[in-house]
Design a binder for this molecule. Structure first.
Ligand SMILES: Nc1nc2c(c(=O)[nH]1)N[C@H]1C(S)=C(S)[C@@H](COP(=O)(O)O)O[C@H]1N2
Ligand SMILES: [Mo]
Length: 409
């Protein structure tokens, strides 16, 4: 608490070379209070630009993967009208890989973001806080970047736990924030380009002041960061990457756990689908030549088999063996022209995934089924009994369960 009881004024002012931050509280009365709010000083060598760059480039890489795979996921689920019939239905594992990378890179980004914020937080206390308009704008853009990035990974993390303790819609917010993060990150990279290139490698030829070679403390930090990212990845990636399924300790889902060895995202009970509701089930198909089928009639149609994954947007995925009637056969029987789109309605009474549409590439694909069996058994009620959609390279949310109505578009 220096400064609260100032020493007696010296006869003359201190030499002009005295560092500004050490202040001279005795010089003017109003300055007496300043030392109380004087910013802390940091001597740790890990809060420097080289650490910020070392961690930042990994964080940037994680954000890049996360952003691109997030765009893929978003546009597969909400394609613009012109693209709806041109979504690729191959490779069948495409969405599984892309969404596995999305969640994996997002979880890694949480670790990297925390370390990055720790490395740079002393800059919160730079003095003076604002040196002019460009500096103020730069600090404002960093504030936007930090706030958006923290909120982005936080909403993503809670989403994979299916916990929504906020009043706003997850999808719109997560999507909009992705653009805010990306835009402010690009601005940040442009502003910091000189420092980034100066600290990118040990030997930076273009710079006069060579950054100090990495000491053991920075190497330890980076090893620790690598170990933390590795631990988070290894204990979660098994939810999608089945060879590591036995290490999947922290992810909310395990690929083999659930009825018929497949996880369930929304149970029949949660969706309000009861045994009674499916007892008198009929499939209705609307098109130029509409028709209806009982379950027995549907089962007597030519059946096809497919090995296809369910890949949930929340990151878990698992391959399964499906058997059912080809969607394109059901549509042809209703007089649909080849290449027609399809609207699918579930007998679930509410919920965001009751109605789903699919474009021509999926309806035409011989692997797109109205599935009746899963892994050799009649579908479990939780997996969509009596009939559910399974299509290749498609987000899990669009693999509609408890299907009761097909409409040719
Ligand atoms: N009618 C309906 N279908 C649905 C859902 C739903 O809530 N309602 N959830 C979807 C989601 S988010 C996923 S990941 C898959 C999961 O299928 P499974 O529960 O059979 O594994 O079903 C999809 N089909
Ligand atoms: Mo899902």
């Amino acid at each position: 608490m220096e400064g609260m009881t100032p020493p007696a004024p010296p006869p003359s002012a201190p030499p002009p070379s005295a560092p500004r931050s050490s202040g001279a509280p005795w010089r003017r009365g109003w300055r007496l209070s300043l030392p109380l709010v004087r910013p802390p000083s940091f001597s740790g060598r890990l809060h420097d630009a080289r650490t910020a760059t070392s961690v930042g480039r990994w964080l940037g890489a994680a954000f890049l993967v996360c952003f691109l795979t997030g765009l893929i996921s978003h546009y597969l689920q909400h394609p613009p009208v012109w693209a709806a019939d041109r979504l690729p239905s191959r490779p069948v594992w495409g969405y599984r890989l892309s969404q596995g990378l999305h969640i994996g890179s997002g979880l890694a980004a949480i670790v990297l973001l925390l370390v990055k914020l720790w490395a740079v937080y002393p800059r919160l206390f730079v003095w003076p806080p604002v040196r002019g308009v460009p500096h103020a704008l730069e600090r404002l853009s960093v504030a936007v970047l930090v706030a958006a990035a923290v909120l982005e990974v936080f909403t993503g993390l809670l989403n994979i736990a299916e916990w929504y303790p906020w009043p706003f819609g997850f999808i719109q917010t997560h999507f909009a924030l992705a653009w805010v993060v990306t835009g402010s990150l690009l601005l940040h990279l442009a502003v910091k380009a000189p420092q980034i290139s100066a600290h990118w490698s040990h030997r930076s030829p273009g710079t006069l002041e060579l950054p100090p070679p990495d000491g053991p403390d920075r190497r330890s930090l980076m090893l620790g960061v690598g170990a933390a990212v590795g631990a988070v990845t290894l204990t979660t990636v098994g939810q999608a990457f089945t060879p590591l399924a036995s290490l999947d300790l922290l992810a909310p889902r395990h690929p083999g756990h659930g009825p018929q060895e497949l996880p369930v995202n929304r149970t029949a009970a949660a969706a309000g689908v009861t045994d009674r509701a499916v007892r008198d089930w009929r499939l209705e198909v609307r098109g130029p030549a509409p028709y209806g089928l009982t379950l027995d009639q549907l089962r007597s149609l030519p059946l096809a088999e497919a090995r296809l994954p369910i890949a949930c947007v929340e990151g878990w995925s698992a391959d399964a063996h499906w058997s059912g009637v080809r969607i394109r056969d059901l549509l042809a029987r209703a007089g649909a022209r080849p290449g027609s789109g399809l609207r699918v309605t579930s007998l679930e009474t509410g919920g965001a995934y009751r109605v789903m549409e699919m474009g021509a590439d999926y309806t035409e694909d011989p692997l797109t089924l109205l599935a009746l069996e899963l892994n050799g058994q009649v579908l479990d009620l939780d997996h969509g009994y009596p009939a559910r959609v399974i299509a290749p390279n498609r987000p899990g949310v669009l693999q509609t369960k408890w299907v009761t109505l097909l409409e040719v578009l």
